[in-house]
Design a protein around this ligand. Structure first.
Ligand SMILES: Cc1cc2nc3c(=O)[nH]c(=O)nc-3n(C[C@H](O)[C@H](O)[C@H](O)COP(=O)(O)OP(=O)(O)OC[C@H]3O[C@@H](n4cnc5c(N)ncnc54)[C@H](O)[C@@H]3O)c2cc1C
Length: 383
């Protein structure tokens, strides 16, 4: 995304300079939420970048969102604490009613309301989303929700959740993807009224949780779009999600390559910089080439998205290639740093852990390969 949104990139980089490695390291050790960082991003309007101006946002395109997230990661930070707002908000924007948009989007744009939680995955269903069991039963002018979500990131720090639940049992629908519905859940009203959140300690600091629903009430007004069509609404946001995550991976790869290159020039062993050894230089050069190739795919996916195409293949490939490139860069950075790659104060081991996530979440590499095999190459469906 070279030469695109350079002004935004420079401004994000300046903001991130106030949140150096020490800041993220401390949070990582304490498994704490980067509240000050999220507040600073909100104050500058970055989390509202994609919200239309009529609702108080900046009304920029996806390329701006990608530039913001890439720069956060290129600075050594992590947007995982707040990135979901950029893509979950799209579900409300595209499929919500005028009343829902007027009610929630201005608060989300100003930062008074955080829409950070996205409740799709369940322990029993995993990647097989239509198999979810969480059920929302209609009862007059409300729905009563029972079930469980897992890996609901940022649930403790969110006011609102985009929730996918079954509203018609799977044995009563023509297609398994029918009978699922999307809700915007007011988590503040639900906390203590049947909603229970339990954090999961993970390899990296991601504020991810299990969420339990025990007769949680949601007003029928909070159903997004039509009942039973929720799977389509969630899928329609996936291209944006994949592209934005891919941009974060490109940022991670750039940071790791910068760090590895700098260390390889400065560290001397056997009386010469270690970067003079091709065994050190080549893996960094290889990671750079892979990052650049992935970056071109991200740019292509963004461009297609912004002209209104449905870049399912490009968004998936961008996410896969960028996640692989950042992991390759992380490998090279650890190897280049030798023992210091494992020392917390260098931040390499933190980034190594953080960037590993993206080959599994929000969609695992195997599922992307299945998508390409089936939808691009016309191979038989595997599942
Ligand atoms: C830190 C973190 C944060 C997350 N945040 C959120 C969130 O905010 N909201 C949310 O809803 N979810 C979230 N997730 C869930 C994430 O999207 C899933 O973990 C991911 O989609 C994989 O699902 P699973 O863990 O159930 O793996 P499974 O579905 O159990 O799969 C396990 C492995 O088997 C492979 N596999 C499964 N089926 C096939 C197949 N047919 N062909 C080939 N391989 C297959 C998968 O690729 C994977 O490698 C998060 C996960 C993590 C770890």
């Amino acid at each position: 995304m070279i030469d695109q949104h350079q002004d935004i990139r420079d401004a994000v980089a300046r903001l991130c300079a106030d949140f150096p490695g020490e800041y993220w390291r401390k949070l990582d050790a304490e498994r704490a939420y980067p509240a000050e960082f999220v507040d600073a991003l909100t104050a500058q309007g970055y989390l509202a970048a994609l919200i239309p101006e009529e609702f108080g946002g900046i009304g920029l395109g996806l390329s701006a969102g990608a530039a913001i997230l890439e720069e956060i990661h290129h600075s050594g930070g992590n947007a995982g604490a707040c990135h979901a707002q950029m893509y979950t908000m799209g579900t409300l924007l595209r499929h919500g009613s005028d009343a829902q948009k007027a009610r929630y989007l201005p608060g989300i744009a100003s930062g008074d309301l955080r829409l950070q939680a996205f409740g799709v995955t369940e322990p029993g269903s995993g990647t097989n989303t239509p198999a979810i069991k969480t059920f929302a039963r209609r009862d007059g002018d409300r729905y009563i929700v029972n079930g469980q979500k897992i890996w609901t990131s940022r649930a403790e720090y969110s006011d609102l959740m985009i929730l996918l639940a079954r509203t018609t049992p799977v044995d009563q629908v023509a297609k398994r993807t029918d009978g699922l519905s999307v809700f915007i859940l007011d988590m503040n009203a639900a906390r203590g009224n049947g909603l229970r959140i339990s954090p999961i300690r993970t390899m990296m600091n991601h504020a991810t949780c299990e969420v339990f629903f025990d007769d949680v009430e949601i007003p029928a007004d909070n159903l997004i779009g039509e009942e039973g069509r929720g799977f389509r609404y969630i899928m329609s946001g996936m291209n944006a999600e994949r592209i934005l995550i891919a941009a974060e991976c490109i940022g991670d790869a750039k940071w790791l390559i910068d760090k590895a290159s700098a260390y390889a020039k400065e560290r001397e062993v056997f009386g010469r910089p270690i970067g003079q050894n091709q065994g050190i230089a080549f893996p960094i050069a290889q990671a750079y080439a892979r990052m650049r190739a992935a970056e071109l795919m991200v740019q292509d996916a963004v461009r297609r998205y912004e002209v209104g195409e449905n870049p399912g293949a490009e968004a998936n490939m961008a996410k896969m290639l960028a996640a692989e490139a950042s992991w390759e860069a992380a490998e090279a950075a650890v190897q280049t740093h030798g023992g210091f790659g494992f020392a917390e104060e260098y931040d390499i081991e933190r980034k190594f852990r953080e960037t590993r996530l993206y080959q599994v979440a929000p969609i695992s590499t195997n599922l992307i390969l299945s998508y390409i095999a089936e939808h691009v190459l016309g191979l038989p469906r595997s599942y």
